[in-house]
Design a protein around this ligand. Structure first.
Ligand code: HEM
Length: 147
């Protein structure tokens, strides 16, 4: 089981308190779709994703970005129990959506960049380190249904 120190928990939750689910969710999912265009194939029902302006303005991208960050927030509320918390979501991505789990890593990288851009120097190397650990555990939890 993953162990979190009180300091690590504080680093994760204090950053998360500053997150705006609508804005930052849209930013993270939009960036994923722009930076890694092949991820667009999973969202063929979302309509026009042909360029960054279309992606950022796409209401389905916005709504889905919020949904994804809400799930991240839920995982943060269950840090000591993340694997169980993420098992259903993992199965949906593995068995219904057929999402290549490499994409979870990519989304995690994008999310760290969004947080860094938002927080600037407050996103210290120490806090980044804790977030890299959190993202690794998140990716692990989401990948469990592929075994
Ligand atoms: C759906 C979370 C990463 C593709 C969902 C849903 C949640 C979610 C909560 C809704 C599930 C439901 O209907 O019950 C997450 C989290 C991620 C993540 C927490 C990573 C931190 C990804 C990635 C991709 C992806 C990287 C593809 C590149 C999809 C698709 C759907 C979905 C295609 C269905 C969308 C729809 O048609 O409404 N995800 N997801 N997810 N996810 Fe993810």
């Amino acid at each position: 089981m993953v162990h979190w120190t009180a300091e690590e928990k504080a680093a994760i939750t204090s950053v998360w308190q500053k997150v705006n689910l609508d804005q930052d969710g849209r930013e993270a999912l939009s960036r994923l779709l722009v930076v890694y265009p092949w991820t667009q194939r999973y969202f063929s029902s979302f309509g026009n994703l042909s360029n960054p302006t279309a992606i950022y303005g796409n209401a389905k991208v916005q709504a889905h970005g919020k949904k994804v960050l809400t799930a991240v927030g839920n995982a943060i509320q269950h840090l000591d129990n993340m694997k169980t918390t993420l098992s259903n979501l993992s199965e949906i991505h593995a068995q219904k959506l057929y999402v290549d789990p490499e994409n979870f890593k990519r989304f995690g990288e994008v999310l760290v960049i969004v947080l860094a851009a938002k927080l600037g120097s407050a996103f210290t190397p120490k806090i980044q380190g804790t977030w890299e650990k959190f993202i690794a555990v998140l990716v692990d939890g989401l990948s469990q249904g592929y075994n």
